[in-house]
Design a protein around this ligand. Structure first.
Ligand code: CA
Ligand code: CA
Ligand code: CA
Ligand code: CA
Length: 511
């Protein structure tokens, strides 16, 4: 992407482009250019509603678990307005010989699985593939990564035959879903008096993953990542059925690639992540950003190993086996902060490094060459003494913006750039870092030390003959929330951030 060079305005003019859920960018030629490009990329990645375009990662989870009837008297009610309307096939269910997993299917009506049965054992190939995908997911998630298994469904009014975990096959693709997770655990019922939030669960996967309903990837690839994703929701239910959306969907989308590394369908969701939409808060739980947040869990698992995500869920536990009463009702972001502290690190520092790493995903992530690159407006600066004036923008909590300063034609061959930042006060966790990219590809990250008022400056190399760009990342790392559990905003703890709409300004001058 290239941009015409802009004359930078010294005073601030309001411009109201929007990214994601509606972050307002203020002012300045650079910001306006950035915003125009952001709007462009958003249009390209506009949310799609038709089932055909539903990404594989777009699996549903019932927001509030409700009691749902399962097989009875030949009818099978599966929630989400999905019902077989007929009985199960004669050979249903097919269960794994050692793991407690059973797959249920029907051979009649709209939800029938394709009848192909290569080995002639009356269990259709699709059922065998589903059982294999769920079994592999279980082996990785529970066996290798150390997560809890789904709870036995011993308190369900209908248990699928016994307390083993149940997988039902239905035409979920017709509802635009790759699958979903639900629960009929009696402890979730109104007035059950149960004081914790854990529950057993069952999952529903598509009956065929046929191409007409799933436009990306192969039928087998879609089945595999849906199995991993939905099994993981059932695993989450054994900790907390009501954890924040951005973490439940983010970690379920993360686990797809931990189990089936070769499928990579979750890369689609990165259109709604800190890479493509850095001005949207990391913990925004709507408009598909709850899936895109998997990038952050990937960052943590590449940094500390994937078991850190199991540690996070243990710290977010709200079942009778929770680590301590103190951990009770610990929400997503608090659990993440504690898990990072146990690694000897500080969340704000890690979030700043996440933002810095994201500027060049190909270098920062194992599979980052395939990830979208964040947009950074390029501001050419020419002769000695030239300045941008103050460029300002509002930044919400857990969000950031990048601006790249580039030595222009008139820039002296060996000069430095003075960058001044005015951010919000220290308590709101502001940060600024400069990533200098030299010719030949080497980079250097220079933090800008901000004082209590949020102000700071730094000098970085800016010679025309050696520097390609100096990119500033301005970061709002706040994790201060108020009015938790009021569900007034789709963020961590169901509360609001204390630090949204914080104004950050930067001024660059060629020395
Ligand atoms: Ca068979
Ligand atoms: Ca069962
Ligand atoms: Ca289907
Ligand atoms: Ca992969």
């Amino acid at each position: 992407m290239s941009f015409r060079s802009v004359r930078l305005s010294r005073h601030l003019r309001p411009a109201l482009p929007r990214e994601g859920h509606g972050r307002r960018l203020l002012l300045s030629a650079a910001a306006v250019t950035a915003a125009a490009a952001l709007t462009g990329s958003l249009a390209a990645a506009a949310p799609v509603a038709s089932p055909t375009d539903a990404p594989a990662s777009d699996q549903g989870r019932l927001d509030a678990p409700v009691l749902l009837a399962r097989p009875n008297a030949g009818q099978v009610e599966l929630g989400r307005n999905m019902s077989w309307g007929v009985g199960a096939a004669a050979a249903s269910p097919a269960c794994h010989p050692t793991r407690p997993i059973c797959v249920h299917w029907t051979d009649q009506g709209d939800h029938a699985v394709p009848p192909a049965d290569g080995d002639g054992d009356n269990i259709p190939d699709q059922v065998e593939k589903t059982l294999a995908a769920v079994n592999t997911s279980w082996a990785t998630i529970v066996g290798k990564l150390g997560f809890r298994a789904p709870l036995p469904d011993k308190r369900s009014p209908v248990d699928g035959g016994d307390t083993r975990f149940d997988v039902y096959l239905a035409d979920t693709g017709s509802a635009g879903l790759a699958g979903y997770t639900s629960s009929d655990d009696a402890r979730l019922a109104e007035g059950s008096g149960y004081g914790y939030r854990d529950a057993s669960a069952f999952i529903v996967l598509d009956n065929d993953y046929k191409a007409g309903q799933f436009s990306r990837g192969t039928a087998l690839g879609n089945l595999r990542v849906a199995a991993a994703h939905e099994l993981f929701h059932a695993v989450q239910y054994s900790y907390d059925t009501r954890e924040d959306d951005w973490m439940t969907e983010g970690t379920a989308t993360w686990v797809e690639d931990q189990v089936f590394d070769g499928v990579n369908l979750n890369i689609t969701a990165l259109q709604h992540s800190a890479l493509a939409a850095p001005l949207t808060p990391l913990d925004f739980g709507r408009l598909r950003h709850q899936y895109g947040s998997w990038l952050f869990f990937r960052y943590l698992s590449e940094r500390y190993g994937p078991k850190i995500v199991a540690q996070i869920w243990r710290l977010a536990d709200d079942s009778p086996t929770e680590i301590s009463a103190k951990a009770s009702q610990t929400y997503s972001m608090r659990a993440i902060r504690r898990a990072i502290a146990r690694e000897g690190d500080d969340f704000a520092k890690v979030f700043n490094q996440f933002v810095t790493t994201n500027l060049r995903p190909a270098k920062g992530y194992k599979e980052g060459a395939d990830y979208p690159k964040p947009f950074s407006p390029r501001v050419p600066l020419g002769p000695k003494g030239e300045t941008t004036g103050w460029l300002g923008t509002e930044i919400d909590h857990l969000s950031s913006i990048y601006v790249s300063f580039v030595p222009g034609k008139d820039a002296p061959p060996a000069r430095r750039l003075l960058l001044r930042v005015q951010g919000p006060p220290k308590g709101s966790a502001p940060a600024a870092r400069v990533i200098v990219q030299f010719d030949g590809g080497r980079t250097k990250v220079v933090p800008i030390k901000l004082n209590r008022r949020g102000d700071g400056d730094v000098r970085v190399p800016f010679g025309r003959s050696s520097v390609r760009s100096a990119t500033i990342a301005m970061i709002n790392g706040s994790t201060r929330y108020v009015r938790c559990s009021t569900k007034t905003a789709p963020y961590s703890c169901g509360g609001r951030s204390k630090d949204d709409d914080r104004i950050f300004k930067v001024r660059a001058r060629v020395l």
